[in-house]
Design a protein around this ligand. Structure first.
Ligand SMILES: NC(=O)c1ccc[n+]([C@@H]2O[C@H](COP(=O)([O-])OP(=O)(O)OC[C@H]3O[C@@H](n4cnc5c(N)ncnc54)[C@H](OP(=O)(O)O)[C@@H]3O)[C@@H](O)[C@H]2O)c1
Length: 220
């Protein structure tokens, strides 16, 4: 049994990850911005307050968890604000950077002592193919694309700085969640199952990889 912390676990992919880990007997700590509204999560996991965009909230989380082993940290929380060249604003760019790129760094930095207590720690970041510069053939989504490209760099740096701890960057595919108005090609449960399979098999030799949920490398 491992202890697994998932950020943004009250709905979507984060909730599906939490449910599947809990169902197989792992101890799950799921974070939510509004724990009092995280009913589904609270049935299967310990719920902890955390706004990944807020330094104080992340530090407070780390203080509450001080001394507890975390075997696997999944930086899942994210936001998507649709934009194009006409509508994109600096405020929206900064919001998405703060949640999607700085958030995972903030949480990993704060929970590093907890990961260090594990015999076999791992870190997974839920990124997006939309953060691939090579794969961008359609433009738009300035804030989301840039923030996920930045997350990919954060993950790559973490993979080097935390070695030999495996750090993987995972693209879940288009998943039917609120983020995309339910317009994905797989459910959150199907995506979570595949992400968990990759995380389970990931070892030190896989660190720093940017992987599709179907377990192949994506171009940076
Ligand atoms: N769905 C897709 O097709 C798709 C594709 C590629 C990548 N992804 C990535 O997958 C991850 C999960 O997305 P999803 O589809 O499950 O989205 P979702 O259904 O919109 O869920 C997003 C989760 O992130 C949380 N969150 C947002 N801002 C937060 C903050 N500042 N602090 C803490 N938690 C915060 C949300 O909490 P609240 O309920 O409080 O808002 C919610 O729990 C994201 O990183 C996303 O970029 C999704």
């Amino acid at each position: 049994m491992a202890t697994i912390l998932v950020t943004g676990a009250n709905r979507g992919i984060g909730l599906a990850l939490a449910e599947q880990f809990a169902a197989r007997g792992d101890e799950v700590i799921g974070t939510a911005r509004k724990p009092e509204s995280a009913q589904a999560l609270s049935k299967i996991a310990e719920v902890q307050l955390c706004d990944v965009a807020d330094d104080n909230s992340v530090v407070a989380l780390a203080e509450r968890l001080e001394g507890r082993i975390i075997d696997l940290l999944i930086n899942n929380a994210g936001i998507l604000e649709i934009d194009d060249l006409h509508s994109v604003s600096s405020a929206s760019m900064i919001r998405q950077f703060n949640v999607n790129a700085v958030g995972p760094l903030r949480v990993t930095q704060a929970l590093r002592p907890n990961l260090a207590l594990s015999d076999a720690p791992k870190v997974a970041c839920v990124t997006s193919r939309m953060g691939s510069i090579t794969d961008n053939t359609s433009g738009r989504f300035y804030g989301y694309r840039s923030s996920k490209a930045a997350l990919n760099m954060v993950g790559k740096c973490l993979s080097l700085d935390l070695a030999p701890t495996p750090v993987v960057l995972l693209h879940p595919g288009m998943v039917k969640t609120d983020m995309v108005g339910g317009n994905g090609d797989v459910t959150a449960e199907e995506a979570a199952l595949k992400l968990i399979a990759i995380i389970d098999r990931a070892g030190p030799g896989d660190t720093g990889q940017f992987l599709h949920r179907d377990d192949y490398e994506l171009p940076w």
